[in-house]
Design a protein around this ligand. Structure first.
Ligand code: MTE
Length: 316
């Protein structure tokens, strides 16, 4: 099955944001008044998130997308806990509006940008393979826009070589950032080489399945780099900095021998503790649920030239 809308969705078909926001506060209010929550506070059921105006993309795969249930119910978002079901349980409380992204460093127009000024009115649908370093995979119909378009708008200065990203720190709303056991250092940080960031496959996503991103998937804005292991795709971004130095990255700091800066999907370079040759396909059932992992996660034709002449074992 090819999952693609037959035509772009007209803006008249989209719930105006104020109505949707009203509905959200009504729901939260009603739940609070009842003294009981059927959904975690602030969480919305599928179909309750604002619809996006989307247009298809030539970069989408024809593979059948993983179910919405798995995409939004099996997550890694350590700010909300280390269990796969913790983000869906706990992320509903995160306030995602208003949202500001600081863009700074080696750019012509640094500043604090409101989300509305960053996200285009119509975004693309990008159905991408998604491969986690833990050797599982999904196919996710993201909605978003190329990171390069934003970087071009703010003007990258000559001399900039890397892009650094940061997730917010808000322990009041992020239970994984509270308490004695802290699995990672906060903020969660990631980085790309400038040519990787400017590649047309690299997107900032504000939605999936044609609706605004659920909090557990990194609302309101997250990175998606489909040829790299999933942890590069940093969620809930509050800062984007252009720099001439390779930025530190969270998982590399947590386990330098296990997680490199590049983290390109590569079936020939195993994780020190497990093979990367195969992946468990989420939603494919218990039998026959694995498949071979592809070089650069199937995007070799598009991105191999970025790494021409590089030793990919040394630069894992
Ligand atoms: N971003 C932040 N801020 N915190 C995280 O814990 N987990 C990463 C990545 N981005 C993570 C993050 C990992 S390990 C993966 S596999 C993907 O998000 C998971 O994205 P998904 O839950 O939307 O599938």
């Amino acid at each position: 099955m090819v999952y693609r809308p037959a035509r772009p969705i007209r803006s008249s078909e989209i719930t105006p944001k104020h109505l949707w926001l009203d509905r959200r506060s009504l729901m939260a209010g009603a739940a609070a008044a009842a003294g009981a929550t059927l959904l975690p506070a602030g969480a919305m059921a599928a179909g309750e998130r604002a619809k996006l105006s989307t247009t298809p993309s030539k970069y989408s795969t024809d593979l059948k997308p993983t179910s919405l249930e798995s995409v939004t119910g099996y997550n890694n978002y350590y700010e909300f806990g280390t269990g796969k079901e913790d983000p869906a349980q706990n992320a509903g409380t995160l306030t995602t509006s208003p949202w500001t992204v600081k863009i700074d460093g080696m750019v012509d127009k640094p500043g604090d940008y409101a989300l509305e000024d960053i996200v285009p009115a119509t975004v693309e649908e990008r159905i991408y393979r998604f491969r986690c370093v833990e050797a599982w995979s999904m196919v996710i119909p993201w909605n978003g826009f190329e990171l390069s378009s934003l970087l071009n708008k703010v003007g990258v200065q000559s001399g900039a070589k890397f892009v650094a990203f940061e997730t917010l720190v808000r322990p009041e709303e992020m239970p994984g950032q509270r308490g004695f056991f802290q699995p990672l250092n906060w903020p969660y940080v990631e980085g790309l080489r400038l040519d990787e960031a400017m590649h047309p496959l690299t997107i900032l996503a504000n939605g999936l399945y044609g609706e605004e991103l659920p909090n557990q998937n990194g609302a309101p804005l997250r990175l998606v780099v489909p040829w790299k292991y999933g942890f590069k795709s940093i969620k809930s971004i509050v800062r984007i900095s252009l720099t001439d130095k390779q930025p530190a990255t969270t998982w590399n700091m947590a386990g330098p021998r296990e997680y490199g800066f590049y983290s390109n999907v590569n079936p020939k370079v195993d994780h020190p503790r497990w093979s990367q040759a195969e992946e468990r396909v989420i939603g494919a059932g218990l039998l026959g649920g694995t498949q071979p992992t592809l070089m650069f996660n199937g995007y070799e034709e598009e991105v191999a030239s970025l790494y021409a002449g590089m030793d990919l074992k040394a630069n894992y």
